[in-house]
Design a protein around this ligand. Structure first.
Ligand code: FES
Length: 133
């Protein structure tokens, strides 16, 4: 896999954070997609809901589509717009196990001044993609 893009970096309590977006580009009670690198797996969905920011993988594990940022947000849950698998905004957990057991990876984000910072991620590749390598 290729590398991540070279975002501006800061350190908070010894942890590396990347400045991935400006706050004014976030959508209220909705998500935006941000590419962290050229690989599909390096795309995250950032949500600004009730003055809290959340970050999940943008790639739905159902059909591996980068659509989570376009999902329907309601009651702390984001629902993929394609076939309606639903995930906890905070943890990425699949909240309807009748649909499937696969969840989304979640990432730590913070707002500092006018920017969104992402804690340096460790992307966990889904099993189907690991087999491709
Ligand atoms: S691709 Fe998301 S539910 Fe099918």
């Amino acid at each position: 896999m290729s590398e991540f893009y070279d975002f501006p970096k800061i350190f908070i309590e010894g942890q590396e954070y990347w400045q991935i977006e400006v706050v004014k580009n976030l959508k209220v009670n909705s998500g935006i997609a941000i590419k962290l690198g050229d690989e599909l797996d390096y795309e995250v969905a950032v949500f600004w809901v009730n003055n809290e920011v959340f970050c999940l993988s943008n790639v739905c594990p159902h059909r591996h589509q980068n659509q989570i940022a376009n999902g329907i947000v309601k009651n702390g849950i984001v629902t993929c717009p394609l076939h309606f698998w639903s995930y906890d905004l905070r943890t990425g957990e699949n909240i309807n196990k009748r649909q499937g057991t696969r969840s989304l990876q979640s990432f730590e984000v913070r707002i500092i001044d006018d920017y969104v910072y992402l804690k340096k991620p460790e992307i966990k590749l889904p099993k189907w993609r690991q087999l491709e390598e």
